[in-house]
Each structure stands twice: as structure tokens, then as C-alpha cells.
Write a protein that binds this ligand. Structure first.
Ligand SMILES: Nc1nc2c(ncn2[C@@H]2O[C@H](COP(=O)(O)OP(=O)(O)OP(=O)(O)O)[C@@H](O)[C@H]2O)c(=O)[nH]1
Ligand SMILES: [Mg+2]
Length: 522
């Protein structure tokens, strides 16, 4: 073939390439319109073909380079063949050598179809499209061929960019890609939220398990009720405080129940008629002043019930009571047994707990207020004090035991001294054991009683401060003590009841004790 013929053929082919590029442009437009909307995986996805951002078209250019390197295929009739990238594998060769108009149309259609296929392949295989034709034929030295090749290259680039952009867009939105994308981003936002919530629950459980494994129990949240402190209708300000208060109330209720049962037992006591008559005759117990006035007593006096006209008592009683009309004089105080005075006179001792009214009773009996000191404060009398009542009787004021404002060692010393005195004292004719009517007998009282029983010391129970309780209760107290001491041998009955304040029962006690003086005389 001559050179002119070859040049002619080349020019012709270049013209075909140019016209084909126009066709391709049309085909692209058609493809865009045809594939503007397409469904993928059941999801409506809009594929915008015009979107030309993102891809740099590296793969496309690589494809072009590859195509350059490869040897150009030739058709059977000697014309060079144009090979499409995706056709390379199948080796399907399309010849353009002697192409006519209908054939060219068919070719353009096939290219359009190829473009379609490339769209699909690019999106499904996630590989950048290689559906471009190799530009081997266009690499010619002529300027026309260069221009046309440039056109074709631009078209190819645009197609690559559009495919890459589409694929990338699709990858991001739906399918995701394996190229460095976060797996969580592949999923829908609803699923990711659910997973994050599940993860939080899992983390909390694992933390609790760790705490249990380490032995620390997870702290339970306390239910705290906050109430307006200025709202007086709401009493519960704090659960903890309320719990403490309820516990205290329950404890109080229990204690009250026990006390009530004790009270019930006490009220069940039936005093003997002798005790009841004794209480009534001497106006013992808590009495109203009007009651005392109606009985003929002068309530203006300090101890009205002791100021009874002599006419009301018998002659014998008057003689006996005269013993206590003698002058009361203090003559000895002892802190230890070695300092006890010699027993010249018969002695009557007054023992009992601190503040029970021992010193007050001595004053009431002798009507000589101020000789023996008294005090509201327990523990005033700290030594054994000896008083002479004339030349007929000796009265002894003992320190009290039990609670007192003094050191423990000192109190122990008093107690030991009292025990020694009541158990060893020669000339001791009677111990008046004073019991506070309000409190009754206490263990230390029983202790002293047992000691006196062992020492065979005569003792008599004297209930003091009887003006503090009701007459019936006083009778019950007396009855209970009498019952409890029935088996005792050294006890002297009856139980005496006095009030140093009102003077009730004082005269009777004088009568009982003056007999000792008389016997002592004998
Ligand atoms: N209401 C009333 N109070 C009394 C009676 N006897 C004594 N008191 C009061 O009881 C308090 C104690 O009296 P004291 O005579 O000092 O008692 P005590 O047993 O000698 O006390 P100590 O010396 O500490 O052991 C004083 O405040 C007296 O006024 C009484 O019969 N009735
Ligand atoms: Mg005293």
C-alpha cells in the first residue's frame, strides 16, 4: 500500500474517531438520563452522573498507560483493532476498519451499553471503571489526531470521574467499602444507637461483676425524701432521722408495755384492812389541804399532821412521846469503826439510800429542825453521826448508799462502814431502814437486809416521803414490803409510814421507838 493510501486511511479513521466521540457524548447523555435513577439492593438511590468531584481518575489513567504498554492487536484484514478495557479479558475485538454508517450506529449503541455495564460494574465490584477505550490508535503524530485524542481523553476522564464519584458516593451511603471506613458507619444510625445502648448496659454489668468479685458490694441508692422544711404539715424531713425516731418510739412503746405490766401487777395488790385503816387514820399519802383542814389540822404550820393536840392521844402515848421531847445533841462522828463512841445508851440508827430522808426524819421526830443537816443533794451525810436524845436514847444518822455526788472509792468506804456498824455495833437496838415510797426497795436495800438478817440486827422498814403518792398506792407499797419480808426473822413489823414534810405517821413512829427507850431504861 502506498503512503498516500495509508494517510488517507488514517485520516478517515480519525474522522470516524471524531464522529464517534460525538456519538459517545450523546451516548453519555443518554446514559445519564437512562441511569439517572436506579435501585440498588432494594433501596432507592439517586445516582447523579453529573457529579464529577472526588475521583482523580488514577485508575483510568493507569488503564490508559497499560493500554499503551500492551502490543496493539490487529484484525484479520490487517487493520488495528480497538480494544475496550473490559473486553480485554474476553478478548472480544470490535473492528472499525471498514466501518459503515449502520455499523457505526451499532457500535455507538454497544458503547452506550458498555457505559451502562460499566456503571453497574463500577458500583458492584467497587473497582474503578476501566470501560474506556484504549487510546492506542489516537497516539499519532498528527495534530488532528492529537486534538481528537485529547477530546477522547477528556471524555474518558469525565466518565471516570463520574463513575468514581458515583461509586464512592454509593459506597459511603449504602454499601460501605473496605477501604478504611469505620464499620459502624456502614450501619444505619438507628442500629448504631441500639448497639451503643447495649454496649453501655454491658459495661455497667461488667463493672458490677468486678465489684462483686473484689468483695465490695455495690452501694444501693438510698431513697431520700426531700420535703419543704417550712411546710409544717410535713413532718418527715429525712428518712434516716425518721427511722431513728420510729425506732425510739418502738423502744418506748416496749418499755411502756413492760411498765404497764408492772403497774398492773402493782394495782392487783390488795392491802390488808389494818394497813388501809392505818393510812386513813394518820392521813397518810397525798392529801388536799381542804381535807386536812376539815380534819382539824392547822395547815399553816410546817408539819401540821404532827401538831396534834395531846387530848387526841392516850396518856401512855403522851408519856412515851415525851422521850422525843428531850434535847437532841450531836456528840460524835465516825468515818471508821475505831472512832465509834462507847455504847452507853441504846441506839436507834437510820439507814437507807442517799437522799431518802434520814436526816429529815431525825429532825421531824425530835421537832428540832436544824440540828441535823439536810440537803437536796444526795451524799450530804458522809460520816456516822451520833446524837443523844437526853439521857435515855441515842439516835444515829448513817451515810447513805447508792447514787451520791462522791467518788466511788468514798462511797464504797461509806457502804463498808455502814455494813460494819449494823452488823457489829453493840447497843444497836434497831435499824430504821428508810425506803423512798416513790421508788420502792432496791437491790442495795435487800443487800443490807440480808446482812442484818445474818447479823441478827433488828430492823424496821420505814416508808418515807409518803406525801408524794396516793394513799391507796402507799398502802399497796406497805403491803408488798410486808409480804416480801414475811419470812425474815429480824424484821420488826409493821412497816412504818411517815412524811417529814406533813408530819403524818411521825407520832406513831415516836410511839414505836420510845418503847425501845423505855425498855433500854429497864
Ligand atoms: N416531800 C418530802 N420531802 C422530803 C421528805 N423527807 C425529806 N425530804 C426531802 O428530801 C431531801 C433529802 O433529805 P435528807 O434528810 O437530807 O436525806 P438523807 O437521807 O439524809 O440524804 P443523805 O444525807 O444524802 O444520805 C431534802 O430536800 C428533804 O427536804 C418527806 O417526807 N417528804
Ligand atoms: Mg443525811
Amino acid at each position: 500500500m502506498s503512503a498516500d493510501a495509508l494517510r488517507y486511511k488514517l485520516n478517515k479513521k480519525l474522522k470516524i474517531g471524531a464522529s464517534r466521540s460525538n456519538n459517545l457524548d450523546d451516548g453519555n447523555k443518554k446514559a445519564q438520563s437512562a441511569f439517572g435513577e436506579r435501585e440498588y439492593g432494594g433501596k432507592n438511590l439517586k445516582l447523579c452522573v453529573k457529579d464529577k468531584k472526588i475521583n482523580t481518575g488514577q485508575e483510568g489513567s493507569q488503564g490508559m498507560i497499560d493500554a499503551k504498554k500492551k502490543p496493539r492487536p490487529w484484525s484479520s484484514h490487517g487493520a488495528r483493532k480497538r480494544i475496550y478495557a473490559d473486553q480485554e479479558s474476553s478478548r472480544e475485538i470490535v473492528s472499525y476498519g471498514n466501518a459503515k454508517a449502520p455499523i457505526r450506529k451499532a457500535l455507538s449503541r454497544t458503547r452506550q451499553n458498555q457505559v451502562k455495564d460499566d456503571f453497574v460494574k463500577a458500583n458492584h465490584s467497587n473497582v474503578s471503571s476501566r470501560s474506556m477505550w484504549t487510546s492506542g490508535m489516537l497516539e499519532d503524530n498528527t495534530s488532528e489526531s492529537k486534538r481528537s485524542s485529547c477530546k477522547v481523553k477528556n471524555l474518558v476522564k469525565s466518565a471516570q470521574v463520574s463513575y468514581a464519584g458515583l461509586s464512592k458516593k454509593y459506597d459511603r451511603s449504602n454499601l460501605g467499602s473496605s477501604q478504611g471506613l469505620d464499620p459502624s458507619e456502614k450501619k444505619s444510625p438507628g442500629v448504631s444507637l441500639l448497639n451503643s445502648a447495649k454496649k453501655k448496659v454491658r459495661d455497667r454489668r461488667s463493672a458490677e461483676e468486678d465489684l462483686e468479685a473484689s468483695g465490695e458490694k455495690p452501694k444501693k441508692r438510698k431513697r431520700v425524701i426531700r420535703i419543704d422544711p417550712y411546710d409544717i404539715s410535713n413532718k418527715r424531713l429525712n428518712d434516716d432521722i425518721n427511722d431513728d425516731e420510729s425506732a425510739k418510739e418502738k423502744k418506748k412503746d416496749l418499755e411502756q408495755k413492760v411498765d404497764m405490766s408492772k403497774n398492773a401487777q402493782f394495782r392487783a395488790i390488795q392491802p390488808s384492812p389494818s394497813i388501809l385503816s392505818f393510812v386513813e387514820d394518820n392521813l397518810l399519802g397525798r392529801r388536799r389541804l381542804i381535807e386536812l383542814r376539815r380534819a382539824g389540822y392547822n395547815t399553816e404550820l410546817s408539819a401540821p399532821l404532827d401538831n396534834i393536840p395531846f387530848s387526841t392521844s392516850t396518856e401512855r402515848e403522851r408519856i412515851e412521846e415525851n422521850v422525843f421531847r428531850n434535847k437532841l445533841t450531836f456528840f460524835a462522828a465516825a468515818k471508821v469503826s475505831s472512832s465509834f463512841p462507847p455504847p452507853d445508851l441504846p441506839e436507834i440508827a437510820f439507814a437507807g439510800r442517799s437522799n431518802v430522808g434520814k436526816s429529815s426524819l431525825l429532825n421531824a421526830l425530835t421537832r428540832q429542825w436544824g440540828v441535823v443537816r439536810t440537803s437536796d443533794k444526795p451524799g450530804l451525810t458522809q460520816t456516822i453521826n451520833f446524837f443523844n436524845l437526853g439521857s435515855k436514847l441515842s439516835l444515829v444518822d448513817l451515810p447513805g448508799y447508792g447514787f451520791a455526788y462522791a467518788k466511788e472509792e468514798v462511797k464504797d468506804a461509806w457502804e463498808e462502814l455502814v455494813k460494819e456498824y449494823v452488823s457489829t455495833r453493840v447497843g444497836l437496838k434497831r435499824v430504821c431502814l428508810l425506803i423512798d415510797t416513790k421508788w420502792g426497795m432496791k437491790p442495795r436495800d435487800h443487800e443490807l437486809i440480808n446482812l442484818m438478817e445474818r447479823a441478827q440486827t433488828k430492823y424496821q422498814i420505814v416508808l418515807t416521803k409518803t406525801d408524794m403518792v396516793f394513799p391507796i398506792d402507799l398502802a399497796r407499797h406497805a403491803m408488798r414490803i410486808e409480804e416480801s419480808l414475811k419470812a425474815h426473822k429480824s424484821v420488826v413489823q409493821p412497816v412504818m409510814m411517815v412524811s417529814s414534810k406533813s408530819g403524818a405517821g411521825i407520832r406513831c413512829l415516836r410511839t414505836v421507838l420510845s418503847k425501845i427507850a423505855r425498855f433500854a431504861k429497864l
